[in-house]
Design a protein around this ligand. Structure first.
Ligand SMILES: [Zn+2]
Length: 439
């Protein structure tokens, strides 16, 4: 991580009546008089993202725009204060741009507004400003997660009790039960590649992708996440899978769909193809991690598991269980247990909410998570060790999934209408739509 260097800035804002002048300066090497107001704003947004990346090494998740802009961000770093000021000024200018009657242009304006506003907040948070969990969720991700009480999780656990009866705490029983469904290390690669190939085949049947797109797969250790897609640009992704902790068989489908098809890889490919290459919208050459776009990315990647594998129980039983050397006769019970356990997902929000709002210590939040999310103490410890970095990002996985599901299904993209669901899913992934536009 680079430390901020305060520079006397030559880059003074030029505010035009309609907003978003491009800045003629050392930071700009491609501004042209023909740029539309939104194009000019977009260029400044990209440069602000790159500049914030100098303070926060996780912020720029992917960048494949002009190299000179990245070099400039490094060579002439901006202070966090200056960044927050510039981002707020850009927000004001974007607000002055008239809303187009063309839906895609209106979505673009709103995308730039919300992403830039979120960037201003992120810069202020990095400077030490304090926000509650909900305030941070709203400011960074354009959404606020509902509160779930312990009674909600206890109800789900009562159902799990019926599936896995026996003595001792449910947490221990479920942990022991799951041991049966670990993918043996030597089978990991063949299981993952099979699931990834299948997810790709199913996705390509509905969503055309550019020639040459593809994913390379790597196994890594000592990471805070279980899987990660590093989008490389030009329709290529690198997916890394963390093998620190045992990997259960259902994760093969989850990771294949979430990180790959039709999840992160496809989202990035479609944004690059349709918005960056075809329309020349430069803001889609960068991906800001702690931003509203991540709610759409994580939400669509999680919903993508349902879209690509509506028959997950059957696929697990008939293909992946035998491939991993697991007993297919146990598949149905396993799937039922995991489906229920999945409903405990919102407990992650509550643990982080309690911790960030100062109501729970890290250890209390870890124990709460083990108790209500039914996580092993080892996984809960790992989860909470990362809570200061991840923070309100947790909502993107569960609330994001539910918001995307609701958006698609209320337009008719249901289980019973899979073609319609794929079509709506593709449209969402090819648009600048943000959480506020899903409602
Ligand atoms: Zn993800």
């Amino acid at each position: 991580m680079n430390l901020p260097t305060r520079l006397a800035s030559l880059l003074l804002l030029t505010v035009m009546a309609v907003g978003c002048a491009s800045r003629g300066s050392a930071m700009t090497d491609s501004s042209s008089p023909a740029l539309s107001p939104l194009d000019a704003c977009a260029e400044r947004y990209v440069k602000l993202v790159l500049a914030l990346g100098q303070h926060d090494s996780n912020y720029v998740d992917a960048y494949y725009g002009p190299k000179a802009w990245a070099e400039e961000a490094k060579a002439s770093p901006l202070s966090l204060e200056e960044l927050a000021t510039r981002a707020s000024a850009l927000v004001t200018e974007l607000e002055a741009v008239p809303v187009s009657s063309d839906e895609m242009l209106a979505l673009r304006r709103s995308y730039l507004l919300r992403q830039t506003d979120s960037l201003a907040t992120r810069a202020r948070l990095l400077r030490g400003e304090k926000l509650s969990f909900d305030e941070e969720s709203q400011a960074l991700y354009n959404a606020r997660a509902p509160v779930h009480t312990t009674e909600h999780f206890e109800q789900v656990q009562a159902e799990l009790e019926r599936l896995l009866p026996g003595p001792g705490p449910l947490m221990d029983r479920i942990e022991r039960f799951r041991q049966e469904f670990i993918i043996p290390k030597e089978k990991l690669d063949v299981v993952f590649r099979t699931a990834l190939d299948e997810a790709r085949r199913r996705t390509l049947a509905h969503i055309p992708l550019p020639a040459g797109e593809g994913i390379s797969l790597e196994y890594v250790t000592n990471k805070t996440w279980s899987g990660y897609n590093w989008y490389q640009g030009s329709a290529k992704s690198l997916i890394q899978i963390n093998t620190d902790l045992p990997i259960f068989i259902s994760r093969a489908i989850d990771l294949a769909a979430h990180e790959g098809y039709p999840g992160h890889h496809v989202y990035n490919v479609l944004l690059e193809q349709h918005l960056l290459r075809e329309r020349g919208w430069v803001e889609f050459s960068v991906y800001a991690l702690f931003s509203p776009q991540s709610l759409i990315a994580e939400g669509s990647a999680n919903y993508g598991i349902d879209v690509a594998f509506p028959d997950a129980p059957k696929y697990l039983r008939e293909v992946l269980f035998p491939l991993a050397g697991l007993d297919p006769k146990r598949a149905d019970l396993y799937v039922s247990v995991e489906k229920l356990a999945h409903k405990l997902n919102y407990a992650e929000n509550e643990a982080v909410r309690g911790y960030l709002d100062g109501r729970l210590t890290r250890e209390q939040a870890r124990d709460w998570l083990a108790r209500y999310r039914l996580m092993s103490l080892e996984r809960a410890t790992k989860f909470m060790a990362n809570a200061d970095a991840v923070r309100a990002y947790v909502i993107n996985y569960n609330l994001g999934r539910d918001m995307v599901a609701d958006f698609i299904e209320r337009q008719g993209g249901t289980d019973e209408a899979p073609d319609k669901r794929w079509q709506l899913f593709q449209e969402l992934l090819s648009s600048p739509r943000l959480p506020g536009d899903l409602r």
